[in-house]
Design a binder for this molecule. Structure first.
Ligand SMILES: [Zn+2]
Ligand SMILES: [Zn+2]
Length: 180
């Protein structure tokens, strides 16, 4: 198994102060890929479908470092409606500010313990935070037949699904009774 490449921004304290409050200085550019491990999300195990590609730039700004990233990957998700596995593409850009200076009062800045920032760890958490609660293989997903269990995206069935909504069925019965 290939070892995961871990990209860390080291010696944060040396990077700070290269830029000033008004002047942001680019310190370095990086581009790498890594294998994300399986993880749990909303009670399911999510498997990656491809490597995570990361392009980024690190900037110095007074007591902060600013990291701009472009992240691309694909995950295998299970559709909440038809239960089929589908590939969910992820492609986002993010800019985040970090500091390890304790007295930072700015809530928008992420505090880093020590003198090292693990970009891979940050990227993984950001990927997970972009996942939707309701995972649909497509907005038009027809789901499964409630009676025979067939995946209606692939096949149609002959079940009478007219009365599928119990509440509506109840209302219908009520209205019919009133008419009598
Ligand atoms: Zn589906
Ligand atoms: Zn059916």
């Amino acid at each position: 198994m290939q070892e995961n490449k871990i990209v860390k921004v080291q010696n944060l304290s040396c990077i700070f102060d290269k830029g000033t409050e008004n002047e942001t200085i680019a310190i370095n550019d990086f581009s790498y890929e890594f294998d994300m491990k399986k993880f749990h999300f909303e009670g399911e195990v999510v498997e990656p479908a491809s490597k995570v590609l990361v392009d980024g730039t690190v900037y110095s700004k007074e007591k902060e470092i600013v990291v701009k990233l472009h992240v691309k990957t694909e995950l295998k998700l299970c559709c909440s409606r038809c239960l089929d596995t589908f590939i969910y593409p992820i492609d986002f850009e993010i800019e985040e500010r970090f500091t390890n200076v304790d007295e930072s009062l700015d809530d928008d800045v992420i505090f880093v313990k020590g003198d090292e920032l693990d970009i891979t760890d940050f990227v993984e958490r950001e990927i997970i935070s972009t996942l939707p609660i309701k995972k649909l293989c497509s907005n038009e997903c027809k789901g499964l037949c409630h009676k025979c269990g067939k995946n209606l995206n692939i096949d149609s069935c002959t079940c009478d699904n007219e009365d599928i909504d119990v509440r509506l069925a109840g209302l219908k019965a009520l209205l019919e009774n009133k008419e009598v």
